[in-house]
Design a protein around this ligand. Structure first.
Ligand code: VJV
Ligand code: CA
Ligand code: ZN
Length: 366
């Protein structure tokens, strides 16, 4: 097979569970899991599946979640359905104590919550966590250089509660899996939000360095991730944060990203790298205010891929779903070394009508 532009081949594996298209956070919720199905459909229609191994894998088992999450919380996820939530008052209280279900009541009487009780909740969690675990195992096995799970990257989930659209922290689970084989893991988070759940899980560890770039201003969720937040105990200076103002563009971003990530690679010398590719840092996102282009976002993937350490690529946020799907498709092309070969014109495929507002161009301009 042809070499990648840098003259090296990368063996890439890819996880996709079609069940993701049935996951629904609710009508007006920002998180739309269908964007992962859209990205996959685009990846398939560009012929990129021919350049990767598809990870055919089972969902995680509930016990596997216990490597990070506590038993009470995992039990809750297993029991929680919309019907049980309505009929069982104890379950309803327990769910709300764990950050799931209506908490905030709006003026019009409707309820809204970052983490609603959704149909098939446990199946969804086990699927995306199973994907990140399988991807991590593929890197541990040494027969793949890059592993992809666009349904993962749920960086806010905590040990015992849901947070910020995230129920289970697949990233922490995947990093723990990688630590079974690799001594040091670098975690880089380009989602527009601070990667607080992952940072907190490894704040005391010097085996994991966490590095988050994020929009940081009053009232922007989650409010943590200041430059002074550097980890604790043995993990001091192994948590790094790069708070950014809204409006940051490709040039400003990469004036920071490349020197900082380059220095982290040089000083920490990780044996594996995890990149959370949250696409809410793209310009035109419905929730966040950073201004990266698809090319600027994908440059992060290209840059980290260039170091030749085993690389795990995960999804995350991203709320203008046609932009998200375009970005993750382009980044899949970068992973397999085909970015110079895929056409900017979006091919005809079942979701093509979603791309009208971007003129059917993969690298949209706003
Ligand atoms: O700002 C918050 C927390 C509140 C309490 C809950 N209400 C609903 C909103 C304010 C303080 N949460 C953020 C969470 C952002 C999560 C980002 C996740 C990721 O991209 O980093 C990784 C996947 C937030 N911002 C906006 C909303 N929540 C929001 C949620 C809704 C909504 C409107 C805004 C949920 C449902 C509905 N509307 C109907
Ligand atoms: Ca981030
Ligand atoms: Zn985000």
């Amino acid at each position: 097979s042809p070499s990648c532009p840098d003259g090296r081949k990368r063996r890439v594996c890819y996880y996709y569970d079609p069940g993701i298209c049935n996951v629904d956070y609710g009508e007006r919720h920002f998180m739309v899991p269908r964007r992962v199905a859209m990205a996959h459909s685009l990846v398939a229609s560009y012929g990129l599946l021919n350049h990767m191994t598809r990870l055919r894998t089972r969902p995680a088992r509930p016990e596997e979640l216990l490597a990070f999450h506590d038993q009470k919380y995992v039990d809750l996820l297993g029991r929680l359905t919309p019907a049980a939530y309505i009929s069982d008052g104890d379950l309803r209280r327990t769910a709300e104590e764990h950050g799931i279900g209506p908490v905030r009541r709006l003026v019009d009487g409707a309820c809204t919550n970052d983490n609603p009780v959704i149909d098939g909740l446990m199946g969804y969690c086990l699927s995306y966590a199973g994907g990140s675990l399988a991807a991590a195992r593929a890197l541990c096995g040494g027969d793949h250089d890059v592993a992809i799970n666009w349904s993962g990257g749920m960086h806010h989930a905590c040990r015992g509660h849901a947070n910020g659209f995230c129920y289970v922290n697949d990233i922490v689970l995947a990093i723990k899996q990688l630590l079974g084989r690799f001594r040091r893991v670098l975690y880089v988070d380009i989602d527009a939000h601070h990667g607080d759940g992952v940072e907190k899980a490894f704040a005391g560890s010097n085996q994991v360095m966490t590095l988050s770039f994020h929009q940081y201003q009053t009232d922007f969720f989650p409010g943590t991730g200041s430059i002074d937040d550097v980890g604790e105990g043995a993990g001091r200076y192994h948590a790094l944060n790069v708070p950014l103002k809204a409006g940051m563009d490709d040039q400003g971003y990469h004036e920071l990203f490349k020197p900082i990530v380059g220095k982290a690679m040089q000083v920490f010398q990780p044996d594996a790298v995890v990149l959370q590719c949250g696409a809410d840092s793209l310009s035109g996102d419905r929730l966040a205010g950073l201004e990266l282009s698809v090319g600027g976002h994908a440059e992060c993937v290209r840059y980290l891929r260039g170091f030749n350490a085993p690389l795990l690529l995960l999804g995350g946020g991203g709320y203008t779903i046609n932009h998200v799907a375009s970005c993750w498709c382009y980044e899949t092309a970068v992973a397999v070394g085909k970015e110079d070969e895929i056409a900017d014109e979006i091919p005809h495929h079942p979701y093509d009508h979603y791309y009208r507002s971007q003129g059917y161009k993969l690298q949209y301009r706003t």
